[in-house]
Ligand binder design. Structure first.
Ligand code: ADP
Length: 493
């Protein structure tokens, strides 16, 4: 039987290729496009942030004005439209709210009116789909910024029966961000009454928690890996929301993100000095030599190079590396690091190459082409994350024949198979303790395999390069999740 094609409204506060600050933007944009390629009718709605240049994306006015009813007032927005292949993209234009940069904060603190901005956006997304006559089977919302949408759908009856059968699915990209409002001043604007102002729904310590309300009203909930789905059902992973999520446990699933296989493919990667694949690794040796040169390391194919790319943030566990780095660098290994973030980690890792010339190299900054060279030229890749909802770098590493060394959390646990000492099975090295000792021992184990068991290293490398991290699997996972949402919606009322 042919699979039913769905009408999907993807609502997100950011999406590639238009504007992105993190994983949410990667997933929303790529997934919307992939679903449309799979034959679904998909409409993506974003705010028209001022970082999105109308000329660059050929934005055309679609609706002017769009009436958005909020509480007792009607606001007037505009809607722009563009196409990405078969994907229709709408942008809600409202200068007071989206005519600013950065997207969510002034560089230090979140904007004071973030709640009002994204409540407006959530309402506008539904008003606009109704205005253009796009009646979705399912609305897919992402993180707290659009978590009000499931509530609006279930109470839309006041505005007609357009969304009577529409289901909703909420994806949690990072439960650390919840859209917490310090008081109840937003409640009248979004039509919350005493029923919704209880802790089971939106109320939270005298204010509102928009993500929590989303848990209550959405028909299905997903997060970006099966292990993260388990971690957020408890504390500290749930960031205080685990009891509320627990009530929706049977409607929660974890779906790993895919990677962009056009951008991250060692056989086609134009950012590398040479290309390679699993059958011919000569290009990888060229990349390694180039990497050693770029970071001022001793150029020697026999020395194992450990790479690291990422935000220097508490989440990424780089303080663990800092705590054992001197011991690691007393061994016959080399290490390179690319990252920005925490100033004290920046100054430590920026200083380190001076203390270990020829052995340790770093670049403090954001440089995508260098990230590609590190993935391709390293032999191992280190990710000691405290938590990692999905993680992309470990998947890039395996694709590039670079064995990841990871803490077994979230998507790292789901995508890296641990080495088996006796047989050489596995695609990387996994440790579980959040401790410098566990990290040090695991880097030591990888170093041992490199020097003493090259056959096992080769076997693991071939297995890592054969993994399928494309979006195909994820698209299938979301199709199943949409069906679950639709079935549950049918039984609501
Ligand atoms: P997160 O989204 O938590 O930052 P991920 O592993 O999911 O972590 O994705 C990080 C992405 O950002 C990867 O594509 C990585 O290569 C890229 N990246 C992170 N830091 C840098 C940097 N300093 N320079 C270039 N690319 C970077």
């Amino acid at each position: 039987m042919a699979k039913k094609k769905l009408k999907i409204l993807m609502v997100a506060s950011e999406a590639v290729p238009f504007v992105k600050t993190g994983g949410l933007g990667d997933v929303a944009g790529t997934l919307a496009l992939e679903l449309s390629k799979a034959g679904h009718e998909v409409v993506l709605v974003l705010p028209r942030h001022y970082a999105i240049d109308p000329a660059r994306w050929d934005l055309k006015v679609r609706l002017s004005p769009l009436y958005v009813h909020m509480g007792n007032t009607t606001m007037f927005a505009q809607v722009f439209e563009t196409k990405l292949e078969k994907l229709t993209c709408y942008f809600v234009e409202y200068e007071d709210y989206f005519g600013r940069h950065p997207l969510y904060d002034d560089g230090l603190d979140g904007y004071k009116d973030n709640g009002a901005r994204f409540a407006f956006f959530s309402k506008a997304a539904l008003d606009l789909a109704q205005a253009v006559g796009f009646k979705p089977d399912v609305v897919h919302v992402n993180d707290w910024q659009s978590a009000l949408v499931p509530y609006l759908l279930k109470t839309w009856g006041f505005e007609g029966d357009f969304y009577k059968k529409t289901a909703s699915l909420l994806t949690i990209h990072n439960i650390g961000y919840q859209g917490i409002q310090p008081d109840l001043s937003l409640a009248p604007l979004i039509g919350l009454n005493w029923m919704q102002l209880r802790p089971e729904e939106f109320e939270s310590f005298g204010g509102l928690n928009l993500l929590k309300g989303g848990f209550f009203y959405s028909d299905h909930i997903t997060t970006v890996s099966p292990t993260y789905a388990l971690e957020i059902l408890g504390e500290p992973g749930g960031n205080g929301l685990s009891t509320y999520l627990e009530r929706r446990k049977s409607d929660l699933s974890g779906i790993m993100n895919g990677i962009d296989t056009d951008e991250w493919n060692p056989a086609l990667d134009k950012l590398l000095p040479a290309r390679f694949d699993a059958k011919n690794l000569a290009g990888k040796a060229v990349c390694k030599a180039e990497l050693q040169k770029a970071f001022g390391l001793e150029i020697d194919p026999k020395k194992p190079v450990f790479g690291l790319v990422g935000r220097l943030a508490d989440q990424k566990g780089l303080d663990l590396l800092q705590a054992c780095i001197h011991e690691l660098l007393s061994w016959d290994i080399q290490m390179v690091l690319l990252g920005t973030g925490n100033p004290s980690l920046e100054s430590f890792f920026g200083w380190l190459p001076g203390a270990y010339p020829g052995k340790f190299g770093s670049y403090i900054g954001f440089k995508p082409e260098l990230a590609h060279l590190i993935e391709a030229g390293s032999d191992f890749f280190i990710m000691p994350s405290r938590y990692e909802p999905c993680g992309l770098n470990q998947m890039y590493s395996m694709t590039y024949g670079t064995l990841p060394i990871v803490r077994g959390t979230g998507g790292l646990n789901d995508s890296v198979q641990n080495c088996e000492e006796a047989t050489g099975a596995g695609t990387g090295f996994v440790f579980w303790d959040i401790s410098a000792g566990a990290l040090k021992d695991t880097v030591g184990w990888a170093t041992y395999v490199w020097y003493n068991n090259p056959k096992h290293y080769k076997k693991m490398q071939a297995r890592a390069m054969a993994q399928d991290f494309s979006w195909k699997k994820a698209v299938k996972g979301y199709e199943e999740a949409y069906q679950k949402a639709i079935e549950r919606r049918a039984g609501w009322f």
